[in-house]
Design a protein around this ligand. Structure first.
Ligand code: PRP
Ligand code: MN
Ligand code: MG
Length: 178
């Protein structure tokens, strides 16, 4: 049995897209101090590859958050497991996410970070599932819109596995007993 039914975003697709997005980000933040905020754990890969395309003065910080709610449904009520080290006062913040699914996580995070006195707070996300979005979040830098399927790889997990794949693939339903 193959663990994946289809690769939907290849390693090359990701690299080319990050080249484009990073060029736009470098231009937009020229002369400004930029703080990239990654959301653990899914954003680790995109953060690493995006940050390496930035000027060496770019800073990285991390948050770990968890949605309250039963099972797989996220509720939009979020708990901070690990907060930022950085004080955001006067900073230009770019939240880096692997995927926007319902949008509930990011919607909450955007409000939370915007209340901390940052000069600006924007979002970069590699993937979005338009058919799953429940709340609209303004994404300044978006990689790909993808179908509403269970995808893994490049940071995205199923039961903490498959995060290390260099591509994004649809998980074979047989893996989760579907
Ligand atoms: C996933 C993904 C996003 C979030 C998107 O994280 O990495 O952070 O869900 O979902 P939403 O748009 O419906 O809120 P997850 O909570 O699975 O944690 P992980 O990053 O550690 O895998
Ligand atoms: Mn995540
Ligand atoms: Mg996950």
């Amino acid at each position: 049995m193959d663990d994946f039914t289809k690769i939907i975003v290849s390693e090359n697709d990701i690299g080319r897209k990050l080249d484009q997005l990073s060029a736009a980000i470098r231009e937009d933040y020229k002369g400004k101090d930029l703080l990239l905020v990654g959301v653990l754990k899914g954003a680790v890969m995109v953060m690493a590859d995006l940050a390496r395309r930035m000027p060496p003065t770019v800073q990285m910080d991390w948050m770990a958050i968890s949605s309250y709610g039963s099972g797989t449904k996220s509720s939009g009520v979020v708990r901070i497991l690990k907060d930022l080290d950085a004080d955001l006062t006067g900073k230009h913040v770019l939240i880096v996410e692997d995927i926007i699914d319902s949008g509930l996580t990011l919607s909450w995070l955007l409000g939370n970070l915007r209340s901390r006195g940052a000069e600006s707070v924007e979002i970069a996300a590699l993937l979005r599932k338009p058919d799953a979005v429940q709340v609209d979040v303004p994404i300044k830098y978006l990689g790909f819109d993808i179908p509403n399927e269970f995808v893994v790889g490049y940071g995205l997990d199923y039961a903490e596995k498959y995060r290390t794949l260099p591509f994004v693939a649809i998980l074979n339903p047989a893996v989760y007993g579907g």
